[in-house]
Design a binder for this molecule. Structure first.
Ligand code: HPA
Ligand code: ZN
Length: 340
């Protein structure tokens, strides 16, 4: 590994775009299927991994929702989240803000309490053991209706003290942010900060809708902003964070090749870009894998890698004292690396 990739891996970082259901590795999927006596549609781990060959977002989502079928109990969600946090710790993540999709589970009869309870039990343990702080973001599935989202918000009401924000994911084309303007207004009234996937496959206008109609604090993905100079200028001027997921973009054919990714152009434009893994079990890597791949394919500089790590912490929802402490950890790690 070259020296800049080594620095990227060492740096303390935050992950801000991670679907916990997308961390389900094939080995764990088969273990959970066995736990529940569920038949898997694939003969073995290798066959399932070989099926991770996607043509677009929808082809991935079909497999992602099928995979989630083995997640049934509080213990399953604990095991899933714990396995992710082992990777997070190894990658020097000091803070994580993770999405969960309650509708994927409650529709199958899994209790909201078990989903959130299992996820949080693992997060609290990682905070105690490894000092990884966290936020939990409840995400609505945009291919379902506004009424479904409102019903899910109602179901979540007893748990809102354990939910730190709200997001919007799933099939983007044909499901613009405007479809959820009223739901998000209600979430904001409840004091929940909101984010939304926009401009992954959808046009720049979806990013503008997310900003103007949903009043999001961050844009998830947002890479199609590169098609609009005016939007790029706005994102830079308002310092709106983008949670970019480079390996995801290649796997889902947003870019043919990582060398064509617009990440570096966005940084140069002054946009507050962060690097995240999205669905690491499906897309070929966790946060450090994404950093290493970008260093290699885009020839990121030392300054850019440090900026990306700092951005991840600054774009988080951490309270000021911890945010500043983590930024000081970045400085200390850079000094240590330079002294080697
Ligand atoms: N985009 C939209 N929905 C998702 C994604 C994504 O990258 N991952 C999981 N759900
Ligand atoms: Zn995502």
């Amino acid at each position: 590994m070259n020296r800049i990739a080594t620095l990227a891996c060492m740096l303390p970082k935050a992950e801000l775009h991670l679907h916990i259901e997308g961390t389900l590795e094939p080995e764990l999927a088969f273990r959970l299927a066995e736990r529940h006596g569920v038949a898997m549609p694939w003969p073995d781990v290798e066959a399932l991994r070989a099926a991770y060959d996607f043509s677009d977002l929808q082809s991935f989502l079909d497999l992602y929702y099928a995979g989630a079928n083995v997640l049934r109990t509080e213990e399953d969600f604990y095991d899933l989240t714990h396995a992710y946090l082992v990777h997070a710790h190894a990658d020097n993540l000091r803070h994580v803000e993770i999405f969960f999709d309650p509708q994927t589970h409650t529709e199958r009869g899994v209790a909201f309490e078990d989903v959130l309870g299992g996820i949080r039990r693992a997060l609290l343990e990682a905070e105690r053991e490894w000092g990884i702080s966290f936020k939990v973001i409840m995400s609505f599935l945009r291919h379902l209706s506004e009424a479904d989202a409102l019903a899910t918000l109602d179901e979540a009401r007893p748990y809102l003290h354990r939910i730190d924000g709200v997001g919007l994911d799933s099939s983007e084309m044909g499901h613009p942010p405007s479809k959820f303007a009223r739901v998000f207004a209600e979430c904001r009234e409840l004091g929940l900060p909101v984010v939304a996937h926009a401009g992954e496959e959808g046009p720049p206008e979806y990013i503008e809708e997310a900003l103007d109609l949903l009043r999001v604090k961050r844009i998830d993905h947002g890479v199609r902003a590169l098609e609009s100079d005016a939007l790029m200028d706005r994102l830079a001027a308002e310092q709106i964070p983008l949670t970019v997921c480079p390996l995801s973009n290649v796997k889902l054919k947003v870019y043919d090749d990582l060398s064509a990714h617009g990440l570096r152009k966005m940084l140069a434009h002054g946009v507050k870009v962060t690097i995240n893994s999205d669905d690491p079990a499906y897309f070929g890597g966790y946060v450090n894998d994404n950093f290493v791949a970008c260093v290699e394919a885009l020839a990121l500089t030392e300054e850019e890698v440090i900026k990306l790590a700092r951005n991840s912490i600054e774009a988080s929802w951490l309270e000021a004292a911890r945010r500043d402490a983590l930024l000081a950890e970045v400085d200390a790690t850079v000094a240590q690396w330079r002294a080697r």
